[in-house]
Design a protein around this ligand. Structure first.
Ligand SMILES: C[S@@+](CC[C@H](N)C(=O)[O-])C[C@H]1O[C@@H](n2cnc3c(N)ncnc32)[C@H](O)[C@@H]1O
Length: 509
């Protein structure tokens, strides 16, 4: 039995495989990538399809094929597709090495997340061979993989966990991890601090990730440079990483960059960067060797794409002066980015109000200039090049995500009933998250399942607040609720609705 039949992988949307972002990254590098709204996509090793089923829902004119060796995972995915009545996606049980596509149509995007390092060297060769032969002329391949040098130090955990598993076969993985933490802490040697920190981080991952990453037969990290040279042997060339910051050594600061900037070839430079930051993981985007690739895009190329972000600040930005303002995103308030030009401040505010929608460069520029003209000082419209360079920084440092065009989501009318889609109802009930239109898995924590059936049929914000309070009463077998708790539950209900709304998961009935 395949190990993934025994323990299925938690299959979720993988943010950096979101088609519009991949397509836009390709365009910035000079490839005339296919319109993500109307193209063909193949995912190799798709597990139960958690990465492509949501994209098939949100891109109904694009067709998707997913294959995986594990019959059980494919069956699980097929059940979801049947329930959602999706006509544009097919999941097939097949081996990457022998897969034959039924038609001669090539794919515009081929995705492999969490597969390459976890198969044998022969299957890795088949991956490159299949990508080369199934990829359309203007196509992109996304492959993620574990890298050295980062995995040299991580391998000690894998080897120690494997030893533990051979000695005590029947232990849950999280318990093994805890024991290992105690073990390395008792070791009290020069590596103890590092081991403690990493093991603490690893403890946050799902059991299925840990089992397959650390106890699976295959886990073969590779140096970036070696991965690229193997791809080149199959006539595939590197474009960029899907996570742009690790394609841009200058972001490491002047001291570190001074060691890297004189290395003439990009691949060598990025390999040196991996040594410097002890890189553990990469998400390389490849295309056919014959395509002309722009090695580095600049701010001049930004008008070719569109943008999306939700950034917040404790400061109030002024449109009347150059003022350094620190912004953070919702996932980590400690990590911050500073920008200072009034048009950039206006652009951040406008993108936030459009989120999860996106705006093309021209739409964004026009609206941002209008905002500065209305609320600030007109003279800043004359120094637009500052906006270009700040937007460029926000893009390459991954504060602003890419898209191919403006996308708009309807604003909610809170006086009307609210609703979630069948896609999101299904994922909320079965998997505990909702796939958002811009391909994030929105974690629903311990929210009770009864809210989702109400939301599927349509309900008001007030009715949801009342349900939160009723749930409390039921749990505590009480008929009344102290006003303090009532307020707390109302707030929780409001926050829940706000999270769904912000991520484009609610619509009016
Ligand atoms: C670590 S999981 C990653 C799943 C998914 N791509 C994700 O990131 O959530 C690796 C997947 O590759 C599949 N796989 C491994 N070898 C394969 C092969 N030769 N052909 C097809 N699928 C394979 C496994 O069954 C498993 O579902």
């Amino acid at each position: 039995m395949n190990s993934y039949d025994k323990t299925p992988y938690k299959s979720i949307p993988i943010l950096y495989t979101y088609l519009p972002s991949l397509a836009a990254t390709g365009r910035l590098h000079g490839i005339d990538t296919e319109d993500p709204d109307q193209c063909r996509v193949l995912e190799l090793g798709c597990a139960e399809g958690g990465n492509i089923i949501p994209q098939a829902w949100y891109f109904p004119s694009t067709t998707f094929v997913g294959i995986d060796l594990s019959q059980r995972q494919i069956k699980m995915g097929q059940n979801i597709i049947e329930k959602l009545e999706l006509p544009n996606i097919q999941l097939l049980q097949a081996d990457i090495s022998s897969f034959k596509h039924q038609t001669d149509d090539k794919f515009h995007y081929i995705l492999l997340h969490g597969v390459f390092s976890w198969v044998s060297a022969e299957t890795q060769e088949s991956i490159f061979r299949q990508c080369q032969s199934l990829l359309a002329d203007n196509g992109l391949v996304y492959i993620s993989y574990n890298t050295y040098p980062g995995w040299h130090s991580q391998m000690v955990f894998r080897d120690a966990l494997k030893l533990d598993a051979s000695l005590y076969p029947q232990k849950p993985i999280k318990e093994r991890l805890k024991n290992l933490q105690a073990f390395f802490s008792a070791a009290d040697n020069e590596f103890s601090n590092y081991h403690q920190r990493r093991l603490h981080e690893l403890g946050k991952h799902s059991d299925s990730y840990l089992l397959h990453e650390f106890l699976e037969e295959n886990n073969h990290p590779i140096y970036f440079k070696d991965f690229i040279s193997r791809a080149q042997q199959h006539s595939l060339q590197y474009i960029s990483d899907a996570y742009l910051p690790i394609d841009e050594p200058s972001l490491l600061g002047e001291k570190r960059h001074s060691f890297l900037k004189n290395i003439p070839k990009k691949i060598d430079r990025l390999q040196a960067m991996d040594f410097m930051i002890h890189q553990r993981f990469r998400r390389s985007i490849l295309t056919h060797s014959g395509n002309k690739v722009r090695e580095k895009f600049t701010s001049e190329h930004l008008p070719e794409v569109a943008f999306r972000t939700y950034l917040q600040s404790k400061q109030i930005a002024s449109y009347n002066k150059i003022q350094e303002v620190k912004y953070h995103d919702l996932s980590n308030t400690k990590l911050q980015i500073s920008v200072s030009h009034p048009i950039t401040h206006a652009a951040i505010s406008i993108l936030k109000s459009h989120y999860p929608g996106s705006l093309s460069f021209n739409d964004l520029l026009q609206k941002s200039c209008q905002k500065v003209a209305d609320e600030g000082d007109l003279k800043y419209l004359e120094s637009i090049e500052h906006f270009y360079s700040e937007l460029y920084l926000l893009v390459v440092d991954d504060w602003v995500a890419l898209d191919t065009r403006s996308r708009q989501y309807a604003k909610l009318d809170s006086s009307k009933p609210l609703q979630i889609s069948t896609l999101n109802y299904y994922y909320a009930i079965q998997q505990g998250f909702m796939p958002s239109p811009c391909h994030k898995a929105i974690d629903l924590g311990k929210t009770s399942k009864i809210f989702f059936s109400q939301l599927l049929h349509g309900t008001s914000g007030e009715a949801l607040q009342a349900m939160y309070i009723n749930e409390y009463k039921k749990k505590n077998k009480s008929t009344s609720i102290n006003p303090f708790y009532a307020n707390t539950y109302k707030k929780q209900a409001k926050n829940f609705i706000k999270t769904l709304e912000r991520n484009g998961l609610l619509e009016n009935k």
